[in-house]
Design a binder for this molecule. Structure first.
Ligand code: SAH
Ligand code: SF4
Ligand code: F3S
Length: 446
């Protein structure tokens, strides 16, 4: 027998959306056959991967300050006769790879999201050619083919990317430039990956895509959900993020028919003023969005709606902002993410007149958040007294406590035995707060 590969330590820091979380896991899967084991401490790492996000200015700035700290750690390791390879991945790597190389000489490798399958090769090259600095971005060959189907999941829920990229070009957004054109993985590859997850005890998958409901593999997202629902052990299916323009009748019907499709839908609207929606290049109006929500609720009356909002888009007047508040009141959201507009270089909205002052954005964000918080709390409180099936995911923060999720993606805390982790169990909801529910086991479990 040959000696096992020497253990090298890998530290990955992930920013941004769930797709980055998925990508980080896949990078770890790819590197493990090379002898890389994960560490929680960057100062111990032979290889550091910084998986970055470009969506707002703040996220991007963070990369450069973190690289400053990593450079210090790299120098300390070198002084002790060790080494540290620093790789920058993700959307900032794609958008400003050259600038990263220029601003931070400690970086060895810059790698865009379409090139992750080349990571082992690039790391090996970086090791051989000491001092050579490498970069890779949009790759001609499909990365998913080379990532393979075998996963090494760490819990009972998992992310699964089915679609990547975006052709919508909302005028505020960098994603079409960082993730490239829309690409859908073939159904069979997704089913194989899902089976591998289910075989390892995963009970819930969240299908990911920048425009997940634009999935264009055979049968569309509705067909895929129906096929995934048949996989033994896979009892819950979620997907995110959807665009209102791609919410077709087949998918809406599936919400009424496929039991595994969870009653929670993240359907960003961004704003409630048609004038602003047009300037954002969103393909919907406030009214068409409201009608869509109504149609979805006619199939699945209890569905929990979530959304994304941007306040202070260029040219947004008080009356436009009031229209956003009005739309929120009409929909009634169970959860939402709201952001101040951030001017992104290279996007059409960055050049628009009427940029809104930061104080105005702050004031609007505070009012919007107050309303959304109120709705979220009300939604959670409306569950008190009900019995909900909860998938237990992990031990809770306190001894003897378990933590799981309701069908509506609410966090639920319960006292109960550890062996319930990975099971879906009825829980009576006793009380609710803004962020979570507290309940008790509805049945006796020895
Ligand atoms: N593909 C998804 C989400 C992409 S980014 C969709 O179409 O909904 C996640 C959220 O970040 C967006 O929904 C939007 O609300 C926000 N966002 C994107 N660009 C932004 C910017 N320049 N400033 C502030 N928020 C932004
Ligand atoms: Fe960005 Fe719009 Fe595409 Fe979503 S749909 S990723 S907001 S361009
Ligand atoms: Fe950020 Fe890229 Fe995701 S910009 S939100 S990491 S797609």
């Amino acid at each position: 027998m040959s000696d096992p590969a020497p253990t090298r330590r890998l530290y990955i820091k992930t920013h941004g959306c769930q797709m980055n979380v998925y990508d980080s896991e896949r990078m770890a899967d790819l590197l493990s056959p090379l002898g890389y084991a994960m560490t929680e401490r960057p100062e111990d790492a032979d290889l550091v991967v910084l998986n970055t996000c470009h969506i707002r200015e703040k996220a991007t700035e963070k990369v450069y300050s973190e690289l400053g700290y990593l450079k210090q750690m790299k120098l300390a390791r070198q002084a002790a006769g060790q080494s540290m390879t620093i790789a920058v991945a993700g959307c900032v790597a794609q958008a400003e790879g050259k600038e990263i190389m220029h601003r931070q000489p400690a970086v060895d490798l810059v790698i865009g999201p379409q090139a992750y399958h080349q990571l082992p090769e690039l790391i090996a090259r970086a090791h051989r050619a000491k001092g050579e600095r490498l970069s890779a971005d949009f790759a001609a060959d499909a990365k998913f083919d080379r990532l393979g189907a075998v996963r090494n999941p760490s819990g009972v829920t998992a992310f699964l990317t089915i679609q990547e990229g975006c052709d919508k070009f909302c005028t505020f957004c960098v994603v079409p430039y960082t993730r490239g054109a829309e690409f859908s993985r073939p159904v069979e590859a997704i089913l194989a990956e899902a089976r591998s997850l289910a075989d390892q005890g995963v009970r819930e998958v969240t299908l990911l895509g920048q425009n997940v409901n634009a999935y264009s593999g055979e049968g569309g997202l509705a067909g895929l959900a129906r096929r995934l629902a048949k996989i033994e052990g896979l009892d819950r299916i979620r997907y995110t993020t959807s665009h209102p323009a791609d919410m077709d009748d087949a998918l809406i019907a599936a919400h009424g028919e496929v039991e595994a499709l969870m009653p929670y839908l993240h359907l960003p609207v961004q704003a409630g003023s048609d004038r602003i929606l047009r300037a954002m290049n969103r393909a919907h109006t406030a009214d068409s969005y409201l009608r869509l929500v109504e149609k979805i609720r006619s199939q699945r009356p209890d569905i929990a709606m979530a959304g994304d909002f941007i306040v202070g888009f260029p040219g947004e007047r008080d009356s436009d902002f009031e229209a956003t508040l009005q739309l929120v009141r009409e929909v009634g959201y169970a959860g939402a993410f709201s952001f101040k507009y951030s001017r992104r270089p290279g996007t059409p909205a960055a050049a628009l007149p009427g940029q809104v002052a930061d104080e105005v954005k702050d004031a609007r964000l505070a009012r919007l958040n107050a309303l959304l918080d109120e709705q979220q709390t009300a939604f959670n409180e409306s569950q008190a007294g009900r019995t909900l099936p909860v998938l237990f995911e992990r031990a809770g923060r306190h001894p003897g406590q378990l933590s799981g999720r309701s069908p509506y993606l609410q966090a639920v805390h319960v006292s109960g035995p550890d062996h319930l982790i990975g099971q879906i169990v009825p829980v009576r909801i006793d009380s609710a707060a803004k962020m979570s529910l507290a309940g008790s086991l509805a049945l006796e479990f020895a």
